[in-house]
Ligand binder design. Structure first.
Ligand code: PLP
Length: 478
């Protein structure tokens, strides 16, 4: 995806950043911010939905073959015929629905373009569209481009159930569509049959469309995925959006599609024609091979992700997060408040900072990584398990901030001493000192720009660090 212009670009050209009004309210997304911080500081990026392993060989081979076979010119606008047929075959296997690949399928550049084409092709300015928050950020942006009025209904923990009464009162005569995403990014919630049926009846009753984003349909772990289009009376009013990226671990290919009855496909295709017109030809040929993978591929994918997710959930619980249930996807939502930082952004920045400092340890790369992984795990587990009261955590946080402030002013070893003293004073536990010293040693060895992760302008950093330190010490309850 194109990166947004940086402050440096604006300064170097002396021009204010410009953006059309319809996109004015969208700042750099939290995903962009976190991803660039993760890249900058070498942290593990858990914020963006892509795997750290490659897609299957048989699909990559098919792409190479397609390129060699000369399938390299513009594809038919709404999709390579063989790929459209493969999508229809897959949809029939998954939902039992028979669709006409010529009239009811539009191939797009990822699901993101399918979303944009659906909004721009079927929503008029002033139409109301209901979203369930939190949601994938492109929904709001493309709805804004379409001039829609967005109504948000929040899915709340622990189970993120659809608040049906809120939905009923949100629907008015101006409601054009309800957008759902199941399995859901970022909660991992899967819409139950009861929830889908209730939404379906409300949509039929009020003549409302449903746009359903099902990119995680193959990552359904604790229940079967149900497509809204398969519910009685719903295919006629549903646009089903999907893509290859998540299911085949090929997020960079950006191959997606929209399935809808001909009267809705018309609008989607009109927008698609003027957005991208056609999608990468050789990748569509390879995508056709992918979708015809044997069932064992999907079974293995699911088994693999389930095992990995179990490790993630156990690890998060072990270091003290409250983990909310997640039936599908690789996302889990956790409650960070036990760690005592003011909000999720402060928490993430603090995590990135700690990661940055620890990962700069010198020496052999693999040994260093192993050691630091161990150290980090020990640290978090110890802080959470052995010092569960807020005051101790406050002291820990304060000592980290103090290290930042003093680190800039006076060098790593002063930081080490000061933070250790603060920590010991406030915890009265001697072996904390040992852990803290280990932690500080990591910091002492890599002092440079330890503040950058906090995004604070240079000259204010020590002051802000000291202020945060003081504030934490004063405000943490005993
Ligand atoms: C819910 C959801 N829909 C759509 C997409 C984008 O899919 P694609 O990469 O195929 O554009 C994502 C990517 O993270 C997503 O989480």
């Amino acid at each position: 995806m194109a990166s947004s212009p940086s402050l440096k670009d604006a300064v170097s050209t002396q021009q204010p950043l410009q953006v059309a009004k319809r996109l004015e309210k969208f700042k750099t997304t939290i995903f962009t911010q976190m991803s660039s911080l993760a890249i900058k500081h070498g942290a593990i990026n858990l914020g963006q939905g892509f795997p750290n392993f490659d897609g299957p060989e048989f699909v990559k081979e098919a792409a190479i073959q397609a390129i060699k076979d000369g399938k390299n010119q513009y594809a038919r606008g709404y999709g390579v015929p063989d790929f459209s047929s493969a999508i229809a075959e897959r949809f029939k296997k998954d939902t039992g629905l028979v669709v006409d690949p010529e009239k009811e399928i539009t191939v797009t550049s990822g699901c993101t373009e399918a979303i944009a084409a659906t909004m721009l092709g079927l929503i008029n300015p002033g139409d109301e569209v209901i979203l369930f928050a939190p949601f994938y950020d492109s929904y709001e942006a493309t709805l804004s481009m379409a001039g829609a009025k967005i109504k948000c209904i929040t899915l709340r923990p622990p189970d993120f159930a659809v608040p049906i009464d809120e939905l009923k009162s949100a629907i008015t005569q101006d409601t054009r569509a309800v957008l759902i995403n199941t399995p859901h990014n970022p909660t991992g919630k899967m819409f139950s049959r009861e929830e889908l049926s209730t939404i379906a009846s409300l949509c039929i009753e009020n003549d409302v469309l449903v746009f359903t984003d099902e990119v995680y349909d193959k990552l359904a772990f604790e229940m079967d995925h149900i497509s809204m289009a398969s519910l009685p009376g719903m295919y006629e009013r549903t646009v089903t959006l999907n893509s290859l990226g998540k299911t085949f671990s090929l997020t960079g290919w950006k191959i997606g599609w929209a399935i809808a009855p001909p009267h809705l496909t018309w609008g989607v295709r009109q927008a698609h024609s003027f957005l991208t017109f056609a999608t990468s030809t050789p990748m569509q040929w390879a995508a056709a091979v992918a979708l015809r993978a044997p069932e064992s591929y999907y079974v293995e994918l699911k088994r693999d992700y389930m095992a990995k997710k179990e490790i993630l959930v156990e690890g998060l619980e072990a270091v003290g997060f409250k983990v909310f249930p997640s039936s599908g996807t690789y996302f889990v939502v956790v409650d960070h408040t036990p760690f005592g930082l003011e909000n999720d952004i402060a928490f993430s920045l603090c995590g990135i900072l700690a990661g940055q400092l620890l990962f700069r340890w010198p020496g052999d790369k693999i040994g260093r990584k192993r050691f630091l992984a161990w150290l980090r795990n020990r640290l978090s587990a110890t802080i959470m398990a052995e010092y569960p009261n807020n005051k101790t955590r406050g002291a820990f946080n304060a000592s980290v901030f103090a290290m930042q402030g003093f680190g800039i002013l006076a060098g790593g070893f002063v930081a080490m001493a000061v933070s250790a003293i603060i920590f010991v004073l406030y915890t009265n536990l001697l072996h904390t000192l040992l852990i803290q010293l280990l932690y500080c040693a990591g910091i002492g060895l890599c002092l440079e720009d330890s503040f950058n992760a906090c995004c604070i302008p240079g000259s204010f950093k020590p002051i802000v660090g000291a202020w945060r330190c003081l504030k934490l010490l004063l405000t943490q309850p005993c």
